[in-house]
Design a protein around this ligand. Structure first.
Ligand code: LIP
Length: 266
């Protein structure tokens, strides 16, 4: 059936996979021509643009008439029916520095809710998938969130915005949290941070100022793997544009600790 979440995952894997191949094969030339967006550190490469154009062209063939929202070309959601949400390269700074931790993220959303998603890593070839109600997978193997219940031994993923004045505030929360958890990781790709929570490779992840394209697929993966997931606007005490994914055993303690460390005022 055309709107069955599992068939939508197949489409997401197909288009994200082809975009991942392009991202990988064109890196050397792509990073030679970069532009910036919201700040001098918010870069976009020719590969970001080319990969999004490819995803849009493929979706126009496979899913004609369904709109696409992408990080580079924008777009508007469908009033009724499916919308595709694309981050052609999530972790663009890692891509620029040849740090092999970036991904192509493609999700299908119905009324703003993700129903299917794929996150494909161009370098490793790893394929992360989820269909609403049907679980989360890495290369076909089922994923389960961490069973950790103690915040003081939790591994927390974190992120920083592109604007320096906001990064300074985020650094204060980072400093405050550093003594409340086992350790912290700033890996630079939100979709993969959310996948890591789904796989139990992080016990939790929190960040502000993500685009819909950053979290659309990864948040579904984390939720389908059993994580508590709060999307922008769902937890006012964490800030209007906060995203959080956490193992259920530490979610409440993490929310309280983040608030005490000023995460809500970042
Ligand atoms: C990135 C996110 C990351 C965040 C970066 C940036 P991009 O997305 O995945 O979590 O910390 O500032 O927003 O720009 O590489 O698609």
């Amino acid at each position: 059936m055309r709107s069955d979440p599992r068939s939508l995952v197949d489409v997401a894997v197909q288009v994200a996979g082809q975009a991942a191949d392009l991202v990988k094969s064109t890196r050397e030339s792509a990073v030679a021509r970069i532009d910036t967006k919201s700040s001098i550190t918010d870069v976009v490469t020719a590969a970001d643009r080319e990969a999004e154009r490819l995803v849009r062209a493929l979706l126009a063939q496979l899913r004609p008439g369904e709109p696409v929202i992408g990080e580079e070309e924008g777009g508007t959601a469908a009033v009724e029916g499916l919308t595709w949400v694309v981050d052609p390269i999530d972790g663009t700074v890692n891509y620029l520095y040849d740090i092999p931790h970036y991904a192509v993220s493609v999700a299908a959303q119905l009324d703003g809710e993700s129903v299917a998603g794929a996150v494909v890593e161009p370098v490793s070839g790893r394929v992360w998938t989820a269909a609403r109600g049907h679980g989360a997978y890495l290369d076909g193997r089922p994923l389960r969130v961490s069973s950790e219940t103690r915040l003081e031994v939790a591994l927390l993923g974190y992120g920083f915005a592109y604007r320096a004045e906001r990064r300074q505030r985020q650094a204060r929360t980072w400093a405050g949290m550093a003594t409340r958890v086992r350790d912290m990781r700033r890996a630079g790709a939100a979709s993969l941070d959310l996948c890591a929570v789904a796989a139990g490779r992080l016990d939790a992840y929190a960040e502000h100022a993500l685009g819909r394209w950053d979290w659309a697929a990864g948040a579904l993966l984390a939720r389908e793997a059993g994580a508590v997931v709060l999307l922008p606007g769902e937890a006012p005490e964490l800030g209007a544009d906060a995203t959080l994914a956490a193992a259920p055993g530490i979610a409440d303690a993490l929310r309280a600790a983040l608030v005490e460390c000023g995460f809500g005022e970042v």
